[in-house]
Design a protein around this ligand. Structure first.
Ligand SMILES: [Zn+2]
Length: 298
């Protein structure tokens, strides 16, 4: 049941989501996705599936990159405002991000082997997080984000800004000492490809910080998959699936934390690309599906 404020937005997701991912974004298999839920938390007809080989959760079908660009420019902020029953925009987000940045700095800075001189914040929005870290570290920050309105705030605060999606970003020979992907990975259309690209943007002794909304943690808290799934997140990661993606793309996990809002954050160092434990992932996926798939669905 879509609430009245969401219905008033007139966003017809069911007619727009027509892009079928070619295969699983983690393991590459196609034809192994099992349907788990048919509605998202807003009431939209979004189909959530899980790969039986690796346990990656994702929406299938999805919006195309073009439709997601429209979604973020026109629909996303009004939609989450309607859902939460309060205004959420560039101004309120900055307040929220200041709290997030303070928590991140307290966690991350003691774990860095040497003070980074350069920081890249991918999906860095108004640059609040990058600015806090850059000031603490006396480093130069670059903010990459698709939203020109939010980047304008970062630019006014003296940061280098790059408009666009990380999927389209070509850094050439440039490398950064600290690469951030904060509260962004679940929004990507190609998680594995983006992580592989981030790995190439790091200096040899650099670090990355990536956080996920942990599907397992959120499910334990809400008790229902329909309250966790939302059209703004094409992908749904867990501790094991995130670790598998990091291994495949050449990262080593240095440290991790779980915050009260269900975000699991990882500090990553460069490593070599390794295969994850596929049988263990398959077993975890089987347990999840046994617990959450209605047997009548077949
Ligand atoms: Zn898979």
């Amino acid at each position: 049941m879509i609430n009245e404020k969401i219905a008033a937005l007139g966003y017809d997701y069911g007619t727009l989501a027509t892009h079928w991912p070619a295969g699983c974004n983690l393991c590459g298999e196609s034809g192994l996705a099992m349907e788990v839920a048919e509605r998202d938390r807003y009431g939209y007809p979004a189909t959530f599936v899980m790969c039986r080989r690796c346990g990656l959760g994702y929406l299938c079908p999805q919006l195309s990159a073009h439709e997601y660009a429209h979604f973020y420019s026109e629909v996303y902020r009004p939609l989450v405002s309607a859902y939460h029953g309060r205004r959420i925009d560039a101004e309120t987000i900055q307040i929220e991000q200041r709290g997030y940045a303070a928590g991140l700095a307290a966690f991350l800075l003691p774990l860095l082997p040497s003070p980074p001189r350069t920081i890249l914040d991918v999906g860095g929005s108004t640059g609040v997080v990058a600015r806090v870290l850059a000031q603490r570290l006396d480093a130069r920050a670059t903010v990459l984000d698709p939203s020109p309105d939010e980047l304008a705030v970062a630019w006014a605060a003296g940061m280098e800004t790059v408009a666009g999606l990380v999927e389209d970003f070509d850094p050439g020979e440039r490398r950064w000492d600290l690469v951030l992907l904060c509260q962004t990975i679940d929004h990507l259309l190609d998680v594995r490809g983006t992580l592989a690209a981030l790995r190439q943007m790091m200096t040899d002794d650099g670090r990355a910080f990536v956080d996920i909304v942990d599907l397992d943690v959120l499910l334990r808290r809400t008790g229902s998959i329909e309250r966790v799934v939302k059209i703004d997140h094409p992908y749904y990661l867990t501790g094991p699936t995130a670790a598998a993606l990091f291994a495949l793309t050449g990262f080593t996990i240095v440290a991790q934390r779980l915050t009260d809002d269900g975000h699991r954050g990882f500090v990553l160092a460069p490593g070599s690309c390794t295969e994850p434990d596929w049988p263990a992932l398959e077993l975890t996926a089987a347990r999840f599906l046994q617990q959450h798939v209605d047997p009548r669905r077949g």
